[in-house]
Design a protein around this ligand. Sequence first.
Ligand SMILES: [Zn+2]
Length: 128
Amino acid sequence: MITSKTFLKKTRRGSVLKVVREHYLRDDIWCGSSSCVQCSDPNPSLEKQPKSFSTLYTEPHYLIPDTNVVLHQMDVLEDPVFQNVIILQTVLQEVRHRHSPIYGRIKEVLTNKERHFHSFTNEHHKLV
Ligand SMILES: [Zn+2]
């Protein structure tokens, strides 16, 4: 399935451009959760019962930080207490575009299996 996004962009000279981007939506992108019964991910990154280390919210949960949290709180995200974190593809792209050293740091955390971080391809995911 193809979908398109349309947005307006202002150029440096001040004129306005209409930008249309097409992208495919796929139904075979896994959510990464071990508790999911719809995806057939053989090796999900996110734990079924993530342990909460927070005193503010004690129920099992996943974290989904936005771009600003990744850009400005990377030291905190690198702390081993943060586990079972979903990093959206759009957040990764924005971080790569704005600050490549932090992009390298978040990619490093994503490769550490003990941290249970999952990169989710949100822009191409088709809800089923
Ligand atoms: Zn799933």
